[in-house]
Design a protein around this ligand. Sequence first.
Ligand code: HEM
Length: 428
Amino acid sequence: MSTLKTAAQFFAVRTLLRGYALIGDPYAKVITSPPNRDPYLMYEQVRAKGDMVRSRMGAYVTTSREICDSVLRDGRFLTMTFDEASMVPITLVKDGEKIVNPVQDSFLMMNPPNHTRLRKLVQPFFTPRALKDRTESIQKIVAKYLDGLDGHFDVVTEFASQVPMQVIADLLGVPDDDKPTFARWGSALAETLDGVWSHKQLKNLHDTIIEYNDFIDVLMDERRRNPQNDIVSHLLTQHADLSREDLVATTGLLLFAGFETTVNLIGNGVLKAFENPHTIAPLAQSPEYAEGFVEEVLRLDPPVQYTIRWPKERLELAGVSLPKGMPVMLMLAAANRDPRVFSDPLKFDPTRSNAREHLAFSAGIHYCIGAGLSRIEGAIALHELFKRFPNLAPDGPVSRRKSKLIRGALRLPVRANETKRSLAVKSS
Ligand code: HEM
């Protein structure tokens, strides 16, 4: 497709979306809202219109926890590639060959039986037993990054993103030197998860995916010769018949899904602690409280805000007749505030008994495979951070990610020097 033609298409889609957003269309408003605007007010406006709100963009939007949950568990609904979501085709080619997109071509975007086949291959790395074995190494990683912090620092770039990146790199068998490159790739991919809206974004995505394909080919060659105790080696040695496309997409999905989301869980957790200072002391003192704290962050400010499903046949949903292929936007972040399920839903309460009923990790066959891992990472990271720096305080403006799908801070400056002083006073 020519640059001019794609640029014109992007312009047309953006203009259409902005126009619909201006007249209050719920789908268009979510997709076009600026990064610093609180999306939760908008979700409540949608909730006030009913459980199934029709968008003129040819979609339904729901904020109901019950409807979101039932759609996610209903085999008559499918996931689709985001070609359809952004309305612009994003098939990447290099030298006439298709380039594997680690999100679009992965099992996250597949339906059974291929989804089931591929998910099963990596499931053994996420069992409760496997996670228990990994906990000690997560504790060491957290301690290592905390040791490097002092005075003024950016808690997102210097801590919240370092921990999950190291955890997932270890799990996959990625050498340490390559981690900075992943941070860049992760951002480029995360930014386009809710669609590609400009030619510049498309080019950036294209370059990122080509670089990732080249990188993983080299890593796979190395692991074929010298297998280790990691996912890439496991897939190559135990599932040698797996196609290159499935290998590249599966490892890439784990890498990006495992890192770009957990960073925001930790960052959003720090923000929630600052907004609710009474939670900081118990968070620093008790690992059990930290687990409840993480659950409540996932409920009230989840890193993944929504997902979409498409009915594979005409069907009835909550009194609405949905034609085949009509997208339903499931507002997970709004479902987590559904007053019919969560009492006093806007209150941040780490001791809330039913917080785990949130849909931050989705539900049904695509339920997040890394939910257990990120819960452990989040709880250890937040507990140890505030234990080390009990007086941690904000130290400048927060900048947010552009994505409407992934919610979190890009930069979150903090100061910890007061802590050092107060610790020094305490110990003297
Ligand atoms: C706070 C952190 C995380 C959040 C909020 C999160 C959220 C989600 C959500 C909402 C989905 C399902 C999307 C849908 O139904 O359309 C999902 C799927 C997935 N997540 Fe996570 N995730 C997190 C961490 C992780 C980690 C640490 C890993 C891996 C190491 C991971 C790997 C995956 C994979 C592989 C899928 C696809 C599952 C499937 O399609 O069967 N995630 N995640």
